[in-house]
Design a binder for this molecule. Structure first.
Ligand code: NDP
Length: 373
């Protein structure tokens, strides 16, 4: 345990995706008795939009899905369409680019579009998919402003399609165990949460460091995990935020791109969260929840897994399953069968994080405590 933890502390967030041999792995067997896996049920037929690094991870994970199936592609890069078509056995008629993808409305073989493009394009891409009558799964952050997020929700409501945000941790077994224990009162009265989220970002020319495409820096990308985590770990909504920004490299982290923000959130009953979001430090992927009767700590807490941790009583040792496989099967059950997620993943959940992010930016800029109600 000690060796693995010290290894993890040396790893960057992307390296946290490595499957480590000492963690029990369950094979995602086709014979599982969970009704979710009934082979007679029709799958959710999904088109991935944006065949980049995370889109590739999702597509690989979907190979093991039982209720969700990758059947379509939307990409601006013809060579990717060609290679993905071969690898994932996708029909020509289900492939689109950003100019012609509104025609997806005439394609009865696609149920949902998974938007995995840069943050600044989520609103346009989600709204176009919704207007084509397709359910929308959109990556985090769902948009770059509160107004855009609200518009996405409104259009999806009007079109009668679901809008789900790619909050994969909401389906992760160790995370759910902590949330269930907290709901059952096993930690007593919750007092404090700490969330540390960060990694050192590389290539200065990437879209994550372009304010138009990213909508912000570390906060939109990785700090959002501490915001979202504080909410599901504590189990209530913040009333106020305070924040302080530190910038060591104003060239790489230009205006509109936050490098490091330390922030605090005040919840009902004087519960406080203290968090760090950064693009300038590795080894930051940790949650700690403290209550009057116990605690939970998770490190790594939001990387691709395995998620590790313990409570005051015992280790968190649920077997690791590739997050995106579970997420997509559960989202298929939500869309096809009306199943509810234990921790919500709908557009309104995403909007709550967007409101907090905007308040944190305002607090960091003004130095004031910003109220959320
Ligand atoms: P990448 O840059 O690797 O991929 C983004 C893809 O979007 C590109 O490859 C491209 O695909 C497409 N795209 C369309 N327009 C543009 C544009 N103007 N500039 C750049 N790319 C464009 O990014 P990621 O895959 O890492 O991130 C995509 C989204 O997924 C982000 O919102 C991010 O926050 C989220 N994400 C979520 C994670 C999670 O764990 N939930 C983890 C990592 C990312 P094509 O060539 O096919 O058009």
């Amino acid at each position: 345990m000690k060796t693995r933890r010290s290894f993890l502390q040396k790893a960057s967030i992307s390296a946290l995706a490595l499957s480590l041999p000492t963690i029990p792995m369950i094979s995602y067997s086709k014979t599982q008795s969970d009704p979710l896996f009934n082979q007679d049920e029709k799958p959710l037929r999904v088109a991935i939009m944006g065949l980049g690094s995370y889109g590739t991870r999702v597509a690989q994970a979907m190979k093991d899905c039982k209720r969700a199936k990758l059947v379509g592609l939307v990409s601006g890069t013809p060579s990717k369409i060609e290679s993905w078509k071969k690898e994932h056995n996708i029909e020509d008629k289900n492939c689109y680019n950003y100019e012609n993808f509104d025609q997806i409305k005439d394609n009865p073989d696609i149920d949902a579009v998974y938007v995995i493009t840069p943050n600044g394009l989520h609103k346009e891409h989600s709204i176009r998919a919704a207007k084509a009558g397709k359910h929308v799964i959109c990556e985090k952050p769902m948009a770059t402003t509160v107004a855009d997020a609200a518009e996405m929700i409104s259009v999806c409501d009007q079109m009668g399609v679901k809008l789900l945000i790619g909050y994969r941790m909401h389906f992760e077994a160790n995370t759910l165990e902590v949330v269930r224990k907290r709901r059952a009162g096993e930690f007593g009265e919750i007092k404090f949460f700490q969330g540390l989220s960060g990694f050192i970002i590389g290539d200065p020319t990437q879209w994550r460091l372009d304010p138009v495409l990213s909508g912000g820096g570390a906060m939109m990308d990785i700090g959002i995990y501490s915001i979202n985590g504080a909410r599901y770990m504590i189990g209530s909504e913040p009333l106020w935020v305070t924040a302080q920004e530190v910038k060591t490299d104003p060239v790489k982290f230009k205006e509109g791109i936050d490098e490091t923000i330390i922030f605090q959130m005040g919840f009902p009953n004087e519960v406080v969260a203290s968090c760090l979001s950064t693009y300038s430090m590795n080894y930051l992927d940790k949650f700690y929840l403290n209550g009057t009767k116990g605690f939970a700590e998770m490190q790594p807490s939001t990387g691709y897994g395995p998620i590790e941790g313990r409570t005051h009583e015992s280790p968190l040792d649920n077997p690791h399953v590739t997050h995106q496989t579970t997420q997509m099967d559960q989202m298929a059950a939500m869309i096809l069968d009306g199943k509810e997620a234990e921790i919500p993943v709908d557009g309104r959940e995403g909007l709550k994080d967007m409101r907090i992010i905007e308040a944190i930016f305002e607090a960091a800029k003004t130095g004031e405590k910003v109220a959320l109600v």
